[in-house]
Unconditional design. Sequence first.
Length: 226
Amino acid sequence: MNENLKYYLAYTVAYGIVLLIGAFMYRALKSGPAWPRNFSHLAAGIISLPYPWLFTSHWWVLALAVQSSLVLIVTRYLGWFSSHHKVAQRSLGSVLFFVSLYLCFLAYILLGQKELFVVPVLVLSFSDVSAAVVGRTKGTWPLARKKWSGNSDKTVAGSMAFFLTAMAVLLASLYYYLDLTFVHSLIMALVISLISTASEAISPLGTDNFSIPVVTLIIIYLGGIL
């Protein structure tokens, strides 16, 4: 069997399992819809990190992105997996998540730099979820109007959590991948964290799933060639 096809089928199953686990959390554990959605976001991001070591063509990743997006659109229309869809019925985030995975992978294929995929996905996976969790449990000061952020208000606490998580992820990743000095890595991590935090705060209806990785990708690329 073609290696790319084998990984494509494996990821098809893996993403399905992530949705099923989220549904189980929602129905059996009575956890509410937000926690299963956060789990799905984080799990999908983590299991996608090996893409550059597995796929040799972007077409397979594009097929996964289109397939996953269609599954999410159809299940929302049919009323399935309410654990995933109930939190943000008007949100574009789920589809844009897979669009971002493909664009970051395409950047890796075109430029041959794994960090252009891995680092944006790490930030999207960990920082976005930390912002959601902290904002939901500790957030008391609104940061953005509800009409900007879809079905949930964004808070100062959530943005602080995003920034701190992004700094930790970026500092370690940039120091490892770009072979920069600690000071240079710190400056780049600070710049990307500030811009991506602002992007997350103002992006409406789940569009932060696109703006966060794209902003991160662009700055890492520019920082690497300057």
